[in-house]
Unconditional design. Structure first.
Length: 255
């Protein structure tokens, strides 16, 4: 659904980030996989395409992700991914079969994402962080290597997007990507006043900003605390402390 919405909203290039399980021996927990194509084991794409449809990532997106990963010196692999929407139904036989087909990873999203993007004629690609080693049944969602890989994955994706297409301020203005270009606040206010806007009551309104002053809003203590605890390591530590406190309380009551 999200892919359809993004395509319908006019997005021209899409990059998926997420997690995956790996298959080959050399693809380890904490590595990144840049997806080149997807084998469809999901139940959604059958409503979109025939069984022989080839679901692939766009070469421009693959190239941008590779360039970004190389520039950031991040360990990554290129490969195909198998997508299934059947949770925990990857049997040893299926995993062995996929490994023999040189499939690099398994997830639950990418084939649907890439297939819909291809049909809508959008450039799309995916980069995923390895959380599990399926061939050996190793699970690494709590592994620090996986946590670090997620952060690197976001950096690579963001860098790829920035490098793949950049605009000057005037180009962005001419393509309606932004509304104004101004050297300072007062110049911005003046441009806004010169451009009437349609208000919520369907009447044209012209804002008056000449007499307004810019007021800095300081970050509150509550916002500082929330920003601090949203770090996943801090949050997990707090969860662990809470669980230990609950365990101690239950033991005390049982005495």
């Amino acid at each position: 659904m999200a892919t359809e919405i993004l395509c319908g909203a006019g997005a021209e290039a899409l990059v998926r980030i997420g997690s995956c399980g790996s298959l080959p021996d050399h693809v380890k927990i904490g590595d990144l996989v840049i997806v080149t194509g997807a084998v469809r084991g999901d139940g959604t794409t059958g409503y979109y395409v025939a069984r022989n449809f080839s679901t692939v990532a766009h070469p421009d997106i693959i190239g941008a992700l590779r360039q970004a990963a190389d520039s950031l010196q991040v360990r990554y692999h290129l490969g195909w991914i198998f997508t299934t929407d059947a949770l925990f139904q990857e049997t040893p036989e299926l995993i062995q079969e996929l490994n023999e087909q040189n499939i690099s990873s398994i997830d639950m999203v990418t084939s649907t994402f890439l297939t819909i993007a291809q049909l809508r004629q959008k450039k799309a690609g995916a980069i995923v962080a390895v959380s599990d080693e399926c061939l050996y049944g190793r699970f690494g969602f709590r592994d620090p290597l996986f946590v670090a890989a997620e952060e690197k994955m976001v950096e690579v994706a963001e860098s790829a997007v920035r490098q793949s297409k950049s605009f000057t301020d005037q180009e962005a203005l001419s393509q309606n990507l932004i509304d104004y270009v101004a050297p300072d606040e007062q110049s911005l206010f003046k441009q806004i006043e010169e451009k009437p806007e349609n208000g919520f009551n369907a009447q044209t309104e012209t804002p008056t900003l000449a007499a307004e002053t810019v007021r800095a809003i300081d970050v509150t203590l509550r916002q500082h605390i929330l920003d601090y605890i949203r770090n996943r390591s801090i949050a997990f530590g707090m969860l662990l402390v809470g669980a230990l406190a609950l365990y101690a309380d239950l033991n005390r009551r049982g005495e």
